[in-house]
Structure formats: C-alpha cells, structure tokens
Design a protein. Structure first.
Length: 495
C-alpha cells in the first residue's frame, strides 16, 4: 500500500487506513511512540544511574570493587556503544525489517539484557547484559525517532513541537526510572534494581503492541530492501561482529580502563565512513547531499554538548556520591537520584518549549542557532559548579545542583529534540533510519568522551576540571553561532 502525507503532515494510506485523528493537535501515532520511549528510558536510565556504583562499590556494599576511573570509563563506553549500535538498528530497518518491527525486536533484546544484569553475577553478567541492552536500544532508539518523523511532512511546522512532546515521554521515564531503581538498590540490592528495569521495558513492549495500529502503515516495510540472495552474507557479517565483541570482552584483549578510548575511536572512524557513504551514494540527490553537508557542523556541536551532559552518569555520579548532601528532611536519598533531578526540569519545560516552537513557527530561531544556544548553555552550566569548588566532603546541597541542572535542561531542550527533528528533515530518502543512526553516533561520541573525561576528575582539582570543560564547550558554541547562516543556506529550505 502506498503512503501519502496530507497538508498537516498526518501519514495516510491510499485506502485511508489512518483517519484524521490527532492528540494535542499532533498525529495520534505520537501517543504510542511517546509511551514506548517512556518505558525504554525508564529501564535505560534506571539501570544506568546505578551502574557506576555497582562497578566501583566494594564487595561488601554489593558492588564489584573496580577502580573508580575504570568504572566511569566503562559507563561512558557502554553509552557510546549503545549509540554505535544504532547503525545496526538503522540498517536492519532500512534493508530488512522496516522501522516498525525493528522497534519491537529491539525492545525484546533490551528486556533480555536487563534480565541478564539482574540474574547473572559479576563481570559476566555486566558483559552479557550491557551488550544485549546496547544492541536492543540501538534498534529501538533510532527507529522510534524515525517513525515519529514519518508522521510529519517535510516543512510541517508542528514537527519540532511533536518531537519536544516526544522528549517529554523520554524524560518522564528518565525521572521515574532512577527513583525506582535507586530505592530498590539501597533496600534490596543492585540485582533487584536491574530487574525493575526489565519489568519497565516489558510494559513498554506490551503497550507498543496493543496500540500498534495507530502508526498506520508508517515504517512497515524497508525503504531500501536487501535482496534475499544477500541475506546469508549479511547474517554472517552480523554474527562475526557479535563474535568479535564477545572475544574482546571475554579475553581482556582491551583492558577495561581503555574501553572508552576504543569506543570513541571506533565511533569517530565509523562516522567519517558514514558521512562519506551518504555524500557519495548515487541514491542521494544533489539537494540531499547539500543537506548532509550542513549536518556535519551540527554533528560536531552535538558531540560537544553530550560530552558534558552525559557526565551526569560518570563524573557527576561520583560527585553526587562524594560531594553532595542528600539529606532531605532527615532522610538521606540515594546518590543516584541525581539522574532524576534534570528530568524534573524537562517535564516542567517541555510543554512550554513545544508550545513556543509551534506558536513561533517560521519566526523561531534557525536550527543552527538553537544548537549554538544549547552548546553555550551547557558550558555555562558546568561553570556554575565552580561556585562550590574547594569544598570538602558532602558539602554541596542537592537543591543547589537541582538549580544548576535547570541550565542542563534548557540547553537540552534547545538541542536534543531539535536535533532529532532536523535529522529526519535532512535525511536522504533512501537512508532515513541510517541518518538517524548517524545522529546517534554524535551522541555516542560525546557519551564515550564523558567516560574518558571523568578519569581526570577529582574533588581536589574540581575547579580546574569544571572550568576547562565549560570554557572549551562555550567556545565551540560561539563558533557554531558564527557559522549558523552558512549552515542554514546549505540546509536547502529546512528551517
């Protein structure tokens, strides 16, 4: 069945299979994708906010007793690998399964990964669980966002607002997940916390299946189908990649302390290769090629942003554990609650930003300018930690960090949902899902760098640490602001 988009951007089939149903003025399919992403992020962040503690806490505390820099490096590398695996998810969607089925199967693999963390002991459970969660999230994340993009026509001014509402779902999950896993971890142990993440993703899958019909025929079929004769070769390559990953993990070929460096290097090389593919493919038209070129500086700015933001799970996880006072009316909250502080602001502000972008329409700042503001804001947020540098022990009030994380949230709303939205607009038609995977590569580079940078943090030198990180990223944001007009011209009509 062929698909067309009406003037408002709703996806239609030729038979009118999807009626004119909207929610808050947006296509009804947004509600289903909102929900599945909420539960996936519940499981992802619920697990991620206790992962570093599980790795570096002593055996007596229920952890594995790894050195702290190694633990934060693994967390960063894992996050980078999650986003690296989106290329596999994008390829499977474009060539084999279609976006809609890839989201479902990705969710199943995520559940298996969380169960492995909950059941298997020691580093074996960490290795198996993190690889499965990373591979499953790679399939789900790139394609859930791309599916949402199919519900809006190119140029539909509601798209940025729709992606901002979608981002609200992400952050509802990110807010609740750490609270649930943190309370369970402190009272019943790490493995029960990991088990709660598995339950959350399972609930998301059930909801996705029940309301699947609201997506119409969007993403049901691959956009660039792989010939059946090529299936055995493709399967062999995928199996070989999985085997290589398993050998590296099981033999210690790459020392745990160096994993974040390796993941960052692989992501950079893969990104260069992917840009080359998109810029030279005969399936990409000249206007599409110009848009891909415009995406390159956005890619770099995005990586810089996430290199600081994702330190919530590396450097700031340690900061929360060692420097923050979590006493709340006589009750000491779990340290991983820092993972829930920033989503509070996203939840409060997402609707405001969605309404603002929708109301402003073509009068809103251009996408490159939004990126510049977001990167600069992230640098400023890091500089605010200088107000508490030089303190000793747990002297930084949790409420003060909550205020600083408001700057994280505003910066995130300026760059992250906008990045998801513009990627779907700039993507060549034949590489829609894989272009979204390339966007997540930039997030992956920043995430793996967050683990690498965390190795330089110590309470004794935190002033220099936060100052240098913040200053460098502000400079990148100012450069982005300066070249924004050139980027807009290359975007060929995309605002």
């Amino acid at each position: 069945m062929s698909e067309t988009g009406n003037e408002h951007g709703e996806v239609r089939t030729a038979e009118g299979e999807l009626p004119d149903r909207t929610i808050f003025g947006h296509p009804i399919g947004l509600a289903n994708l909102f929900g599945v992403e909420l539960w996936e992020r519940f499981s992802f962040y619920g697990m991620l906010t206790i992962l570093a503690y599980y790795l570096y806490y002593s055996l007596e505390q229920g952890g594995l007793g790894l050195p702290q820099p190694t633990a934060t490096g693994i967390v960063g590398a894992y996050g980078g690998f999650v986003y690296f695996s989106t290329v596999l998810g994008g390829w499977l969607a474009d060539r084999v399964l279609g976006m809609e089925r890839t989201v479902f199967y990705g969710g199943v693999v995520v559940v298996l990964g969380h169960l492995a963390l909950a059941v298997l002991p020691g580093l074996a459970g960490v290795g198996v669980g993190l690889v499965l969660v990373a591979l499953g999230s790679g399939g789900l994340k790139a394609n859930a966002s791309s599916l949402l993009g199919t519900l809006y026509a190119k140029g539909d001014v509601r798209a940025d607002g729709g992606f901002t509402l979608f981002y609200l779902g992400i952050n509802l999950g990110a807010f609740v997940g750490p609270i649930v896993t943190g309370l369970l971890q402190t009272s019943l142990g790490f493995h029960v916390g990991f088990g709660a993440a598995a339950v959350g993703m399972a609930l998301g899958l059930i909801q996705y299946v029940v309301f699947r019909r609201n997506l119409g025929t969007a993403g049901r079929h691959p956009t660039n189908p792989l010939p059946r004769s090529a299936y055995p070769v493709a399967a062999g390559v995928i199996v070989a990649v999985v085997v290589v990953i398993a050998v590296v993990l099981l033999t210690g070929l790459v020392p745990l302390a160096d994993v974040s460096n390796v993941v960052t290097t692989v992501l950079v090389i893969a990104s260069v290769g992917y840009f080359y593919l998109l810029l030279t493919s005969p399936r990409v038209t000249a206007p599409e090629r110009a848009r891909v070129g415009a995406f390159i500086p956005l890619f770099i700015a995005n990586a810089a942003f996430w290199a600081l933001f994702q330190q919530i799970f590396t450097t700031l996880a340690v900061y929360s554990d060692e420097r923050m006072d979590w006493n709340v009316f006589g009750w000491t909250a779990p340290s991983n609650f820092i993972g829930s502080e920033e989503p509070i602001w996203i939840i409060l502000l997402s609707g405001v930003f969605a309404a603002m972008w929708t109301r402003l329409g073509d009068r809103a700042p251009s996408t490159p300018r939004k990126f510049a503001y977001g990167v600069i804001g992230m640098g400023v947020a890091f500089l605010l930690f200088l107000l508490f540098a030089g303190g000793t022990g747990k002297s930084t009030p949790a409420i003060a960090v909550l205020v600083i994380l408001a700057f994280f949230a505003v910066s995130e709303l300026l760059i992250s949902p906008i990045g998801l939205s513009v990627t779907t607009k700039l993507a060549p038609e034949a590489f829609r899902a894989q272009m979204m995977a390339l966007y997540f590569f930039s997030v992956g580079i920043g995430t793996s760098l967050s683990g690498r940078l965390a190795a330089f943090y110590s309470p004794e030198h935190e002033g220099a640490y936060f100052g240098v990180n913040g200053f460098v990223v502000i400079v990148i944001g100012l450069v982005m602001y300066a070249i924004a007009p050139w980027i807009s011209r290359q975007m060929e009509g995309v605002h």
